[in-house]
Design a protein around this ligand. Structure first.
Ligand SMILES: NC(=O)c1ccc[n+]([C@@H]2O[C@H](COP(=O)([O-])OP(=O)(O)OC[C@H]3O[C@@H](n4cnc5c(N)ncnc54)[C@H](OP(=O)(O)O)[C@@H]3O)[C@@H](O)[C@H]2O)c1
Length: 335
């Protein structure tokens, strides 16, 4: 049994994390914090939640805690991570603060000086299926972004083969919980319902440098990306449609063989049968990533679906914790 804390429990990822952690057989939820609702129960914020007391983050009992999850906005997380690491805890950060290795690139994209650049080299970029061997020793895990999770897992087998010959084009559709709970005009019901909005298209979304960084780790050729996210009127879920140009010699049978080999032992990665495309219905409320493959005139069209709050955030964070502490990776997670 390990003792865990959740900082930023009143956000969407915090709620999802607690919902899963309270049913995890090897975890005791030691504390959950909120600045804005300290002194109340989580059920006062979310009626469906358990009666978990919310405490002020300043009073978080770090002593006696093994691991803490940070469910805070970027730039808020890093200083809390420093404090928790100094107190001897292990940290799983759901924000973007430790995902980019280069503090200058972080500053360029997040418009703020990195609060703890000395930790960037140490942080493990937590795509569990890829880095599970590093997790038992890790002190600090940078949980990947939701869009990057949906894009990188299906690209990995091809990048490992250096099979991609041109710019990767990604078109992603996200439900509104991806934007967090703090209201913004773009996420207002009236703006979202009945609408579909492309935003930050091309090469301007903050998840672009995160994805290109990882692509460059995996492939000598490091193809560039065009990334166009869309907001759709659904509460949760991401579908990414990814267009990839391949070396000559790839056919459908060879591609399915590559993917089925790469992911045959993965509990959470589902390579769909030929002719099937990945949808929200394959993944929502689960920790799965569903991957569909289709070839059209030599272009590979990958469809990839995840639940942004589970595989794209809190579920992957728990999968990382499971690997970190030597538990079965699937424990406590909806398959
Ligand atoms: N939503 C997703 O699908 C998703 C997926 C992957 C990663 N992430 C990342 O995970 C982190 C949490 O995301 P989320 O969607 O749970 O966010 P959220 O719904 O906006 O919640 C963030 C929580 O952080 C706390 N907080 C502390 N300082 C804050 C500040 N200065 N401004 C706003 N909130 C502050 C708030 O709780 P109190 O005020 O009560 O303390 C708030 O409930 C973010 O960094 C996000 O980018 C989100």
């Amino acid at each position: 049994m390990i003792e865990v804390g959740v900082i930023g429990a009143t956000g969407y990822t915090g709620l999802e994390l607690i919902r899963l952690l309270v049913n995890h057989p090897q975890v005791n939820l030691h504390f959950a914090t909120s600045k804005s609702r300290a002194g109340e129960n989580l059920s006062a914020v979310f009626p469906s939640a358990a009666d978990i007391p919310l405490i002020d983050p300043e009073k978080a009992p770090l002593k006696g805690t093994d691991v803490v999850y940070l469910c805070l906005p970027h730039a808020e997380s890093a200083s809390v991570a420093v404090e928790a690491l100094d107190a001897g805890l292990r940290v799983i950060d759901l924000s973007a603060d430790f995902r980019l290795r280069d503090a200058a690139i972080y500053q360029q994209w997040y418009k703020v000086e990195h609060p703890a650049p000395e930790l960037l080299a140490e942080a493990v970029y937590g795509l569990t299926e890829v880095v599970r061997d590093d997790l038992p020793e890790a002190r600090l895990i940078a949980n990947p972004g939701c869009y990057p999770t949906s894009v990188l897992l299906p690209l990995k087998p091809l990048l490992d083969q250096d099979a991609i010959t041109d710019t990767i084009i990604v078109d992603s559709k996200s439900g509104v919980s991806g934007a967090g709970r703090k209201p913004k005009q773009m996420t207002h019901y009236v703006e979202v319902e009945g609408n579909l909005s492309p935003y930050s298209i091309g090469r301007v979304h903050r998840h672009l440098p995160e994805m290109e960084q990882v692509v460059s780790w995996w492939s000598q050729k490091a193809p560039a990306m065009i990334f166009s996210p869309h907001l759709i009127p659904a509460p949760r879920g991401i579908v990414s449609t990814i267009y990839v140009q391949l070396d000559a010699g790839w056919n459908e049978a060879k591609l399915f063989d590559l993917y089925n080999q790469a992911y045959r032992n993965e509990a959470f990665i589902h390579v769909l049968a030929a002719g099937e495309t990945a949808t929200y219905a394959h993944v929502n409320y689960t920790n799965r990533c569903a991957i569909g493959l289709a070839l059209a005139e030599g272009t590979l069209i990958i469809t990839s679906a995840i639940d942004n709050l589970i595989k794209g955030a809190s579920g992957q964070a728990i999968q990382n914790m499971n690997a970190m502490f030597g538990f079965d990776e699937t424990v406590g997670l909806p398959q």
